[in-house]
Ligand binder design. Sequence first.
Ligand code: ATP
Ligand SMILES: O=c1ccn([C@@H]2O[C@H](COP(=O)(O)O)[C@@H](O)[C@H]2O)c(=O)[nH]1
Length: 243
Amino acid sequence: MTPASATTPLYRRVLVKVSGEALMGPSAFGLHQPTVDRIAADLAAAHALGVELAVVVGGGNIFRGVQVSAQGVDRATGDYMGMLATVMNALALAAALMRQGVQTRVLSALDMPAVCETYTRPRALAHLDRGRVVIFAAGTGNPFFTTDTAAALRAIETGCDALLKATQVDGVYTGDPKTDPTATRFDRVTHDEVLQRDLKVMDAAAFALARENALPLIVFSIHEPGSIPAVICGGGRATIVTS
Ligand SMILES: Nc1ncnc2c1ncn2[C@@H]1O[C@H](COP(=O)(O)OP(=O)(O)OP(=O)(O)O)[C@@H](O)[C@H]1O
Ligand SMILES: O=c1ccn([C@@H]2O[C@H](COP(=O)(O)O)[C@@H](O)[C@H]2O)c(=O)[nH]1
């Protein structure tokens, strides 16, 4: 891996999957504005490198379908609630980016024209070609999926060179680092090895899409300021998953 101080991007176009949970910062629920602003600043710094930037944001800081359904709401309804949560996060992130002078558009997989544009692939490509940051909201638009799957799907659809998973941990480990103190981190690993070892990098549907389409994944901590531009330039602390 090249040094973290490198400033030349390795990619033309990337999709960053931003953890929904990360947006709540030290709070127990919802959005913590200083954290949203800090993550937006990291995305703005990545964009300033000249990289075309797409973003998918999770909804775990507000609603997850499985949690809602555990309280008696049917699963599909819970999942639609989760997708709406991702729209709120996308709007918050877009507003923070716009305040920092970055032209940003939110495209939702669920039609809500009073709120934001509806996702179509040509529209997304046109925005990206014009140098706008595009935030894909409402996941895939279908229940029983996750925003990781939406991230892999949109990255492939829009011809991204890599999917950057900005998450709670600083890479892929031999086990869950939050529960297994003996787990060790990979610098690099292949899609096949992730499958063979059953490592929980992303959900299975997302990972299958990435593997089938030879989409490189870079997994790193969103809590490290500057990590997004750093990994785009080949630095930072991260695990790179390739074919
Ligand atoms: N082998 C592994 N390597 C790395 N992390 C792992 C592994 N197995 C399980 N995990 C867990 O996966 C979590 C990250 O995945 P997950 O997609 O659930 O969260 P997220 O990125 O915060 O997304 P969101 O909040 O948007 O749902 C980490 O916090 C980590 O505890
Ligand atoms: O394509 C999708 C994406 C998401 N959902 C629902 O939204 C929540 C929040 O997304 P996370 O990926 O967990 O952050 C998810 O739990 C699902 O309930 C969906 O149904 N379809």
